[in-house]
Design a protein around this ligand. Structure first.
Ligand code: X8Z
Ligand code: ZN
Length: 606
C-alpha cells in the first residue's frame, strides 16, 4: 500500500508551551486536572487536522511519483514536512494523557497517534524539513535509476525482463552489478535519514526507531520479533528443501563451475533482481512428468490481453465476491503503463488520495503472470482502503500492515486452473497429475520469498538500533542475505557499495516485515475463506471466485480497519487469533514430500 505517511518524516514545532504565568512572585495556579473528555476532544481535533493535511500530502506525493522532477520533489517535501510536524506535535501532546485512566478505544487512538509515522523527526522544523527532503530525493533517485554500458541504457523494467528470461550468466552478472550502481550515492543520505528519524523516535519515547517499528503489533516489540523468528523456523525446512533442489537444477544447467552443488547460490541466476521470488526459473526446476501444461504469461499473450484488461479481470474477481466496482475516477486517474515521455516511480502501489473514494493504482504493468498477480495485490489494497473509509482517521488502516499486503494475494491464490477455465482462458482443467507443477510454481513465488521478506527489516532493525554501524552497512546486508537466503553476490561487494539501496523499499522508506507476515497470513486467509465458500479438497485447488459468502467474511474483517487489536481481526476471519504458519505448510505438503524424495541423495544446506 502506498501511504505517504510511510515516507513521511517527523515533526515539529513543539507546541508552544501554553503560556505560563507572567513573572510574578505568586505560586502558579495548578492547571485543572485533565479528564477523559479532554482526551477525546483532543483526539477529535487531531484526527480532523491530520486527515486534512494527509490529503494534501498524498496529492503532492502522487505528483512526485508520477512526474519525477525537482519541483514536484520540492512540493512533496514541503507537504510531508508539514504533515510530519503536525503528527509529531500531536504525538507529543498525547503524552499528557499517559497517566489518565481511559476507555480502551481512547487509549488505542492515543497509542496509534504516537505510531503514525514510519520516519518521525524530532520537534524541530529544520530537521523535519531535512528529513522530508532526503526522503523525496532518495525515492526520486531510485525512480530515475538506470544502467548504461557502452552500447545502451537499461531501465529497471528492461533489466527485470532480461533477468527473468536470459540464461546467459555473463549478461545476468553485468546487469545485476549494473543496477547496483544506482545506490552508492544514496548511502550518506540514508545514514543521515536514520540519524534524524532515530532522534524523532527517541523524542516520542522509544529507545530507537527499531523499537518503534516493532511496537506496532499490539504486543511488546521483542515479543513480536520472537514470534516472527518462530514462524520462520517452522517454514525453514520447506525453504531449505526448495533451495537444495533449485541449486541442484541450476548446477545441472549452468555447470559446476558456475553453480557448485554445495554452498550458496549465485544471486544473479535466480530470475529476479533481488533473488526474492524465483518463479522465472520454473522451466529449469519443474517436476518432470507432472509439470504444468499451461503458462499464464503465454495465455495472456495468446488472448491478446491488454494491461487494462488485466486490471478489469482482477476487478471482476472482487465484484464476483460481492464488492462494488471501483469508481470511475479509478480508471481515469490511475497509471497503468510506463509513460514514454517522463520519469515515474514504476514500483507498483495503490493509493487512496482523499481517504474516501479517490482510489488509484500506479504501476508500469507488463503482460506477465507475475504482474497479473501484482495487479490483484494492488487492487486488494484499494478494496481494503474502501472497506475502512468510514472509520475515524486513526483507524483508517489494516489490522496490522501484513493484513493490507495479504488481502490481494489471498485473492490471487484463487487464480487457479479451474478459475482460468471459468474465465475462458483455459479450455479444460488440467488433471491432478499436474498439481506438483502448479505447486512448484507457487513455491518459487511464495516459499522462496520468505527469507528475503524476513531479512530486509532485520537489516534495518540493526541499522536503527546501532548494532550495525554505517561503515558496515553493506557487509551487514550480505551477512543476512547469505545466512537466511543462502545466496551469494556474484561479484565482490565492498563498503563502496550500498546494495540495500537498490531495493525499492529502502529508499522508499516502506517497512518490509509486512510482506513476511503477509506471505504467512494469506495462506491462513485462503484456508478460511475456502472453508466459508464450502470448498472441500486440496487447498491449492480452491478458488473462491463467485462466493459472496467468502466476500462477506473478508468485508467484515476489512471494515474493522485498525479499530481492534489485530488478533481480533484474525479471529473474525479465521476463527483463531494467532499468526500461524501451519496453513502455508499444509498447502505445500505434497510438494515437500516430492522435494524430500528428490533431495535424498543430495547434500543440502549452505
Ligand atoms: O512492494 C510490493 C508491492 C507493493 S506493496 C508490489 N511487494 C513486495 C516487493 O515487490 O518487494 C509485493 C511483494 C513484496
Ligand atoms: Zn502491497
Amino acid at each position: 500500500m502506498k501511504s505517504f505517511k510511510t515516507t513521511a518524516t517527523a515533526l515539529v514545532f513543539a507546541a508552544l508551551a501554553a503560556c505560563g504565568p507572567s513573572a510574578t512572585t505568586e505560586a502558579p495556579e495548578a492547571a485543572p486536572a485533565l479528564t477523559a473528555a479532554d482526551a477525546r476532544a483532543f483526539l477529535q481535533e487531531a484526527e480532523a487536522k491530520l486527515e486534512a493535511t494527509a490529503e494534501y500530502a498524498a496529492r503532492a506525493a502522487w505528483l512526485a511519483a508520477n512526474f519525477i522532477n525537482v519541483d514536484s520533489q520540492f512540493v512533496e517535501a514541503r507537504a510531508i514536512q508539514e504533515y510530519t510536524l503536525l503528527s509529531v506535535q500531536y504525538a507529543e501532546e498525547a503524552a499528557r494523557f499517559d497517566q489518565l485512566d481511559l476507555d480502551a478505544d481512547t487509549r488505542r487512538k492515543l497509542n496509534r497517534l504516537k505510531q503514525d509515522l514510519s520516519f518521525p523527526a524530532p520537534a524541530d522544523a529544520e530537521l523535519a524539513g531535512e528529513l522530508a527532503e532526503i526522503g523525496s530525493e532518495l525515492q526520486a533517485t531510485y525512480g530515475k535509476g538506470q544502467y548504461c554500458n557502452t552500447e545502451r541504457c537499461y531501465s529497471l523494467q528492461d533489466m527485470t525482463k532480461i533477468l527473468a528470461t536470459s540464461r546467459d550468466p555473463e549478461l545476468l552478472k553485468e546487469l545485476w552489478a549494473g543496477w547496483r550502481t544506482v545506490s552508492p550515492p544514496m548511502r550518506e543520505k540514508y545514514q543521515r535519514q536514520v540519524e534524524i528519524a532515530n532522534a524523532g523516535a527517541r523524542q516520542l519515547g522509544y529507545d530507537n526507531l527499531s523499537v518503534m517499528w516493532r511496537s506496532k503489533y499490539d504486543m511488546e516489540a521483542d515479543a513480536f520479533a520472537a514470534d516472527i523468528d518462530a514462524q520462520w523456523n517452522k517454514v525453514k525446512p520447506l525453504y531449505d528443501a526448495l533451495h537444495c533442489h533449485v541449486r541442484a537444477k541450476l548446477s545441472d544447467h549452468y555447470g559446476d563451475d558456475v553453480v557448485p552443488d554445495s554452498g550458496k547460490i549465485p544471486a544473479h541466476l535466480l530470475g529476479n533482481m533481488w533473488a526474492q521470488q524465483w518463479g522465472n526459473l520454473y522451466d529449469l526446476v519443474k517436476p518432470e512428468g507432472s509439470e504444468q501444461s499451461y503458462d499464464l504469461t503465454a495465455l495472456i499473450e495468446q488472448h491478446a490481453m491488454s494491461e487494462l484488461d488485466m486490471v478489469k479481470i482482477a476487478e471482476a474477481f472482487f465484484t464476483s465476491l460481492g464488492f462494488k466496482p471501483l469508481p470511475e475516477t479509478f480508471w481515469q486517474r490511475s497509471l497503468f503503463t510506463k509513460p514514454r515521455d517522463r520519469e515515474v516511480v514504476c514500483h507498483a502501489s495503490a493509493w487512496n488520495l482523499d481517504n474516501q473514494d479517490d482510489l488509484r493504482i500506479k504501476m508500469c504493468i507488463e503482460k506477465t503472470a507475475e504482474d497479473f498477480q501484482t495487479v490483484h495485490h494492488e487492487l486488494g489494497h484499494n478494496f481494503y482502503q474502501r472497506a475502512y473509509k468510514d472509520q475515524p482517521y486513526l483507524y483508517k488502516g489494516s489490522a496490522n500492515d501484513g493484513f493490507h499486503e495479504a488481502l490481494g494475494d489471498t485473492i490471487s491464490l484463487s487464480v487457479t486452473p479451474s478459475y482460468l477455465v471459468q474465465l475462458g482462458l483455459l479450455k479444460e482443467e488440467p488433471p491432478a497429475s499436474e498439481d506438483l507443477g502448479y505447486l512448484m510454481n507457487m513455491a518459487l513465488e511464495k516459499i522462496a520469498f520468505l527469507p528475503f521478506g524476513l531479512l530486509v527489516d532485520k537489516w534495518r532493525w540493526q541499522v536503527f538500533n546501532g548494532e550495525l554501524a554505517p561503515e558496515n552497512y553493506n557487509q551487514g546486508w550480505w551477512d543476512l542475505r547469505e545466512k537466511y537466503q543462502g545466496i551469494a553476490a556474484p561479484v565482490a561487494r565492498t563498503e563502496a557499495h550500498f546494495d540495500p539501496g537498490a531495493k525499492f523499499h529502502i529508499p522508499g522508506n516502506t517497512p518490509y516485515m509486512r510482506y513476511f507476515l503477509a506471505f504467512i497470513q494469506q495462506f491462513q486467509f485462503h484456508q478460511s475463506v475456502c472453508a466459508t465458500a464450502g470448498y472441500e479438497g486440496p487447498l491449492h485447488r480452491c478458488s473462491i471466485y463467485n462466493s459472496t459468502a467468502a466476500g462477506d467474511k473478508l468485508q467484515a474483517m476489512m471494515e474493522l480497519g485498525a479499530s481492534r487489536p489485530w488478533p481480533e481481526a484474525m479471529e473474525a476471519l479465521t476463527g483463531q487469533p494467532l499468526l500461524d504458519a501451519s496453513a502455508i505448510i499444509d498447502y505445500f505438503q505434497p510438494l515437500k514430500t516430492w522435494l524430500d524424495e528428490q533431495n535424498k541423495d543430495r547434500q543440502c544446506g549452505w
